[in-house]
Design a protein around this ligand. Sequence first.
Ligand code: TK8
Length: 358
Amino acid sequence: MTAIWRSTLTLAGAATLSLGIAQAQTPDLSDPPAIEGDTVADHGSHTIRMGIGLAESSPQYLSSQYFADILDQRTDGRLTVNIFPNSQLGDDVQMMEMLQTGTLDMTYPSTSPATTYVPELAAFDLPFLLPTREAAVAVMQSDVAQSMLDAFDGTGIKALAFSENGYRQLSNSARPVASPEDVAGLDVSGLTIRTMENPVHLAIWQTLGANPTPMAFGELFSAMEQGVVDGQENPWSTILTSNFHEVQDYGSETRHVYTPFILMMSERTWDGLAPEYQALVQEAARQSAEYEIQLATEYDDWSREQLEERGMQITRLDDEQIAAFQEAVQPVYDEWAPRIGEDLIAEIQAIVEETAND
Ligand code: TK8
């Protein structure tokens, strides 16, 4: 364990004490894998600024800290990564633009707002495409996914690795939701739902009869607090680590989309690194992405239980109820599959099938 890693734990502990909350801040998390490999030769010192959307307790942050530790340890402190959490430097869209102009070195967005650079990424936004985490991981590790990363070449962004944001679940402040009718509100109005800045997500919630409002993640908490939107959708871990339960009474386990993250670097920063440093950054990105998926997995069900303990009323949906949502969003497939690419979607579905047969 390096000093950087230890300081994270201390911070988490301090937060627990000052809030006086007995509840655990994180589940029992796996320790990061030991950092192995030789120290690379001295090619100069660089400080890398990384902005991320989520909080210090999130798998996104913890794995970024591991990424930083790998670089630190394997360069004798010559590559330093400073992480800025909680969207303090901007949202996913802004931080990707900062990568392009070289005003920020690294960020860790969801794939959904990155579809403006690589349209094929929208395949991940199709609802109910990846039924299991196993299938999702197999797709993220496939050649199909690698070519999506490669497709960033020339955009000003070097895409390094996929990892897990996770299965998205609906939360809202108005009512329990167990069906598409509950979203649309037959006798009342449709829920106003914040979505990511992505047209397929907009289509999903429009089709379900909600009033979707695309909005930056960093503005979401106060938008919900002030009643500008009724709800949002994100993995349980994000709902918990971003304290959304303080302003959202209801949750529904819809699992409607599995969203990946992509760890990325400014091409300008990348081009300024010696080849040996580049290779190390790429390797550390893969290692930390793998660790992130593990942490996200450990967080998922635990976060739902924590949210329940903290008073959120969570509706579990049975297979039939999920099927009702799946049927209701079929028009999204009809509209978007041809635009995203039928062949690409078929390739992804073949990988999904393979994992089901294993
Ligand atoms: C964090 C975002 C976020 C995403 C969203 O930067 O915007 O809802 O799920 O968590 O990538």
